[in-house]
Design a protein around this ligand. Structure first.
Ligand code: AMP
Length: 448
């Protein structure tokens, strides 16, 4: 069994004790799930009763099954069939990867029941989706943009929706989907069951929850915006121009078996992947400019272990459900602290442990401070980075952000790096100490 309950004093019940019917319990046994996770334990009884629910839970907690199982149960009991172009259940989720994963979960858990599930997302030809919707379906899993588009063209009607699930609500907001979401909600029948999940609860999401949910139960498995505890987190201070070299060093270490590297921009992700390729490290970039087929191929190669690193932007990586990710590497620190929480949640899934290594150059110190404030924790500084340790100690003590170091001797002029040179395979002159590229030395010169 996966170790979803480790480190907790939680005494799990069984799925049948929660009131789930035999065909669902059988599918869960097929999957090797022996007990509900805490979010499932709390949410399933509420949803089986038909109540509204607000779930504060991150991906990796088992939240998909927490809403999918009760829905499958009532669909099985209802035995109704949706009318043309309609669905009985609508699940809205921010990304196509998540939409595919959620639909897969419905199919997996509902394999011993009769279930029709359609997935709608952008970036691909709409015709297959339109033709699947013609007959109607039990469960429609969709991203907001394409759904709205198909609704406006008259291919999808929402008048028959009985249960509405809004997944990753905070992400919807981050990604600017909130207006689309509101337009979609306006087309739902007033009498319906509502389920909303969010990893964090910024004010805007709370407002949205207030407008959607009726008398509801709130279930929470981790405090909002706190960092996944099982993830070992480190900060690695580095010159901006030396990030690539540091990344190369890390990716060639033995314990980095499967890493997601986060870049701030799509262009940056491509560039990192190209440069790594030149140095003989296989990686693939995944972001919104890639076709759906390319993204799926990249995910498959990553899953199959053909590529060691996936270079991703926040949006593309959202909801990637791949177990055994050994490392999250923040090549660029996110400017939104919540994104940090989401990013590191990609590792330590299904009870495993993982490492999150964050690069931080002088311009990113303010982001680090925000992350530490929101996660209410201090991130440990990688021990090999003495100079940087001092810089951050300063930051911690005073709350002031040290000024960016001035351009000085030993620092490459901008434009010359990164990627101009192949990183050295040879042991370093500092006795093989790790993560102390030329950037660390350059900064030591600044300090002197
Ligand atoms: P989620 O948070 O829904 O993305 O789920 C995270 C991972 O946990 C997925 O890989 C699920 O297959 C797995 N999972 C969900 N529920 C259970 C359970 N009760 N026991 C073991 N694994 C589970």
């Amino acid at each position: 069994m996966r170790r979803l309950f480790e480190d907790s004093r939680y005494m799990p019940t069984t799925f049948s004790e929660l009131g789930l019917i035999a065909p669902l319990c059988r599918a869960l046994t097929d999957e090797g799930y022996t007990h509900p996770t805490p979010i499932q334990d709390k949410a399933i009884p509420v949803l089986l009763q038909g109540g509204d629910l607000l779930g504060i839970a991150q991906t990796g907690t088992g939240k998909t099954a927490a809403f999918a199982l009760p829905i499958l149960q009532w669909l099985d009991e209802a035995e109704g069939s949706a009318s043309q172009r309609s669905a009985s259940v609508l699940v809205l989720t921010p990304t196509r990867e998540l939409a595919i994963q959620i639909a897969d979960s419905f199919k997996t858990y509902g394999r011993h029941t009769k279930l029709s599930c359609v997935t709608i997302f952008g970036g691909v030809n709409q015709n297959p989706q339109v033709s699947k919707m013609r007959r109607g379906c039990d469960v429609l899993v969709a991203t907001p943009g394409r759904l709205l588009d198909l609704m406006q063209q008259g291919h999808v009607r929402l008048g028959g929706v009985e249960t509405f699930v809004l997944d990753e609500a905070d992400r919807m907001l981050d990604m600017g989907f909130i207006h689309d979401v509101k337009k979609i909600i306006a087309k739902l029948p007033a009498d319906r069951q509502n389920v909303m999940f969010s990893a964090t609860m910024p004010g805007e999401v709370a407002k949205l929850a207030g407008s959607i949910l009726k008398k509801h139960q709130r279930v929470e498995v981790t405090p909002p915006a706190t960092t996944v505890e099982r993830v070992e987190q480190k900060i690695l201070f580095v010159d901006k121009g030396d990030k690539l070299e540091l990344l190369y060093d890390l990716l060639t270490e033995k314990d980095v078996t499967r890493a997601i590297v986060f870049a701030r921009t799509k262009h940056g992700a491509n560039k990192i992947s190209d440069q790594l390729g030149k140095f003989g490290v296989t990686s693939d970039a995944i972001h919104g400019n890639k076709s759906q087929a390319a993204r799926q191929r990249a995910l498959k190669d990553f899953r199959d272990g053909k590529v060691r690193a996936l270079i991703a932007t926040d949006i593309a990586a959202r909801g990637i459900d791949i177990d055994d990710i050994s490392h999250i590497i923040n090549y660029d620190l996110p400017n939104e602290p919540e994104s940090y929480v989401h990013r590191i949640g990609r590792t330590a899934r299904a009870g495993a442990t993982g490492k999150a290594l964050s690069f931080c150059c002088s311009e990113e110190l303010a982001y680090l401070r925000d992350i530490e404030r929101v996660t209410r924790s201090k991130i440990e500084i990688d021990g090999d980075h003495k100079f940087h340790a001092e810089a951050v100690a300063l930051l911690h003590e005073s709350g002031n952000i040290p000024k960016p170091p001035k351009q000085g001797r030993g620092q490459r002029p901008s434009g010359q790096r990164p990627g101009g040179k192949r990183p050295s395979h040879k042991p370093r002159s500092n006795g093989g100490q790790k993560h102390r590229g030329r950037g660390a030395r350059a900064q030591q010169q600044h300090a002197s």
